[in-house]
Write a protein that binds this ligand. Sequence first.
Ligand code: FBP
Length: 547
Amino acid sequence: MTKSALQIARAAYQPKLPKALKGAVKVQEGEPTHSVADEEEIKKLFPNTYGMPLIRFVEGENKEFAPMNVGVILSGGQAPGGHNVISGLFDGVKKLNPANKLYGFILGPGGLVDHKYTELTAETIDEYRNTGGFDIIGSGRTKLEKEDQFEKGYEILKELGIKALVIIGGDDSNTNACVLAEYYAAKNYGIQVIGCPKTIDGDLKNEMIETSFGFDTACKTYSEVIGNIERDCNSARKYWHFIKLMGRSASHIALECALQTQPNICLISEEVEAKNMSLDDVVTYIADAVAARAAKGNNFGTVLIPEGLIEFIPAMKKLIAELNDFLAVHAEEYAAIEPNKQREYIISNLSADNAAVYASLPEGVARQLTLDRDPHGNVQVSLIETEKLLSEMVGKKLAAWKAEGKYTGKFSAQHHFFGYEGRCAAPSNFDADYCYALGYTASMLIANGKTGYMSSVRNLTAPAEEWIAGGVPITMMMNMERRHGEMKPVIQKALVRLDGAPFKAFAAARDTWAKETCYVYPGPIQYFGPSEVCDQPTKTLQLEQAK
Ligand code: FBP
């Protein structure tokens, strides 16, 4: 395989480990834990894994460990650093006993159920150290939730002599990891399950999980290109760039990129919801800023739009909820209708309010809202072209204002969507180190007999040497939520907090960014060079942890 010069140089990078993990370790137990909410229900559902203590690894004495095999699964969307979680896990497992083996299940949780796996040897691991992507074993979105899946999994785990399974995934996958850990514990199968916090979306976080891996690299990759667009925008001075950014639900990515690049406008879905804004309110907000800049002769700008925005506009949220219920029952009937009559069909079957909102949407967006849902029942927001919807509506509003003499500028829009571009970038130094430490920590949790824990590495704004490694019981992050019409235990998703330091810093500066041109050009991720250029954590982490 031909490799780029950077790939070759980067393969030699040795990720930094926290001091406590460099030699032998021992467990320091903290206080017993409680779920974030709904304690009684969660306790009842997880009798074997509820209430376990927080764990921190500290320097210990060398011990001998009997040989064991470990399995690993990559679950859900790609995030930079996944290969380093696996190489950290591999190195940890081999350090415990060189006879230990690591098996990878192919294409996500489905590989466990369908018994598709491969042994990860030193040679394979060395090919993938410090690289982006999940291609070492592939990923998938199969939901592990049914007893027969758990049993099928057990069959292969037993056959391969696997003592512990590491699931690298987001909130849904770690919820499933917790359910699986409880199931195997209840059955006394002797198989431990450990989770690792992955997602570029950054919404799997809490006091003990300061950030999910991949968020750092993905945001830096998007910020590089947003900066490039800003510079183009400020050079040609003739376009408004509407840039949609991934993040299925929460707006962490948009907010972080805004803090890094200082665009003219950045929408935050959580604020739109909190202020009960309508689609027209959002459009007016953008159009006002465009008109104010035009009045000063600046017919250009950049707008960042979080991918999940549509679902946070209260009226749209209601419409999507009704569409979900309706299509769950009438999907076949809908598909059989001639395409040019489908819009009418939907309008005639919705309640009056929702029908009116649906009818007001441009054709393309209306159609996108009726497309197939993902396996978790979610609208596939990455397919909805919000950036085009908004620019089209802003253009119409400005034309109306022009007719009324309220606006005299020129409005010409360009559209972009950044998502997949950042999910497999070569991990930044931060993600390379963080992921390696997460994987290594998972091996120590396994060695110490733990199950139902998520690997946790904290104190992330300090140098890697001072990071704190340990484990958090997954039940601690859970609450009960309605899913597919039933109350289910799930890890609570972390949305952007409007009272949090990152949003406050943004809110304090955004009016100036809208009026003036304050663009910042972060440039590409640097892997070699001065620490202040190569090793900065995200602005989100820096602001959250500023003491
Ligand atoms: P995870 O939560 O599984 O990490 O995936 C996040 C994400 O990248 C979202 O930002 C995006 O909406 C979605 O995946 C896209 O899914 P797919 O990869 O299936 O197109």
